[in-house]
Design a protein around this ligand. Structure first.
Ligand code: RBZ
Ligand code: NIO
Length: 364
């Protein structure tokens, strides 16, 4: 499934992009006046293979949840149980992501890909694979590969088979959401401790030093921050992951939600549906996706610039400019949801704005 998904990812359609550029030149606005929205809309035309590209509707957020063995190293002040407890909150509609999803009209799918503690929800109420109500949400998909990763400072976080199973879960979830009609996928994450493997993935794929890509996550103090940098460095020294082997990198220093997000991104790219990236966990997964298939970057839209320093290093490596920069450092998909109207606006211009000719407006 991973190999066929990677094989299905191709370059942007140049003729659709040329058509979008040409149309932009005829719309009733000065050339270039919509700034970053113009190249974004051109790229989405190239992704769709036509101009105008479809409006990115409806939107579907997929929140992948997992726990982390490296939690034992004291890299976050929060107890591991908060991952499972927040899943309960997502399903009850009480988290920030739910508020923003209601505002944006997006569905919320929560995927347990590797939570370590019992979920505060009735397993019988979870959605079955292939559920045709995929866009109704919030709903829970049970797809636990293992109850949290192993401590990456001691051993590989995952086996290659476990990493593959998580990537393929992400691929399957994307397929399900797209089959149910989603016009854009938004990445979400929940996993106490997950900014530590995100920093390790970013250092591994970009080659930037751990001290530059490790951030304060949920807001750790100076002492915990120093330990976190040491933990990231120790894990990289122990495993020396090869950035040309993304499955190996994900297995050595990744997380189950990071691997699943890489799969979701690859699957969206293969189906030529845009994927709106959230914060540092999302962009660390995007680096893995780009290592599997460089053309996958064509389907990625960077929603926002997370306050985590690793996010900026990852975006630079991917060649992506974030749409908004609000100092957010939450995750869950919140930054992607806030950026969604910008993406929709960029495409809507190509559908609805009159040309100088049709509107009878004089050109310069
Ligand atoms: C109540 C709560 C809600 C969250 N929602 C997202 N995160 C975010 O913070 C965590 C990562 O930060 P660190 O690596 O420092 O643990 C992840 O769960 C991420 O999704 C949350 C964290 C907390 C505590
Ligand atoms: O950028 C993020 O997504 C992020 C930052 C801090 C904590 N959790 C998530």
């Amino acid at each position: 499934m991973l190999e066929s998904t990677v094989a299905a990812i191709g370059p942007l359609d140049e003729s659709a992009m040329a058509a979008a550029r040409e149309l932009h030149g005829r719309l009733t606005k000065p050339a270039g006046s919509l700034g970053a929205l113009e190249p974004l809309s051109v790229r989405l035309a190239g992704l769709a293979g036509g101009c105008p590209p479809p409006l990115p509707e409806p939107a579907a957020v997929a929140i992948f949840a997992g726990d982390h063995g490296v939690h034992a190293q004291g890299v976050t002040p929060w107890p591991q149980e908060v991952t499972a407890q927040m899943i309960g909150n997502f399903l009850a509609g009480g988290a920030v992501v739910n508020a923003f999803a209601r505002q944006a009209g997006a569905s919320v799918t929560v995927v347990d890909v590797g939570v370590a503690t019992p979920l505060p929800v009735d397993p019988a109420a979870t959605a079955a694979a292939g559920d045709t109500t995929a866009l109704a949400g919030p709903r829970l998909v049970a797809a636990n590969v293992r109850p949290g990763t192993r401590d990456m400072t001691v051993t590989a976080a995952l086996t290659r088979d476990e990493a593959r199973a998580a990537v393929e879960t992400g691929i399957r979830i994307a397929q399900e959401l797209i089959d149910a009609g989603a016009g854009i996928l938004l990445t979400g994450d929940m996993g106490i401790g997950n900014t530590t493997p995100a920093a390790a993935l970013i250092a591994a794929f970009t080659g930037v030093d751990p001290a530059q890509v490790t951030g304060r996550g949920t807001g750790v103090n100076d002492e915990t921050y120093r330990r976190k940098v040491d933990v990231v460095r120790a894990a990289l020294d122990r495993h020396a992951p090869d950035p040309a082997d993304p499955l190996g990198v994900l297995a050595a220093v990744g997380g189950l939600e990071h691997a699943a997000l890489a799969g979701l991104i690859l699957s969206a790219a293969a189906r030529r549906v845009p994927v709106l990236l959230d914060g540092v966990i999302a962009v660390s997964a995007a680096l893995a996706a780009a290592a599997f298939a460089p053309d996958a970057v064509g389907a990625m839209v960077a929603g926002h610039r997370s306050a985590e320093p690793g996010a900026t290093a990852a975006l630079r490596h991917l060649g992506l400019d974030p749409l908004i920069d609000l100092g957010l450092r939450l995750g869950e998909g919140t930054g992607a949801l806030l950026a969604l109207p910008v993406v929709t606006g960029a495409v809507r211009v190509l559908h609805e704005v009159a040309t100088f000719d049709s509107a009878g407006v004089a050109e310069k």
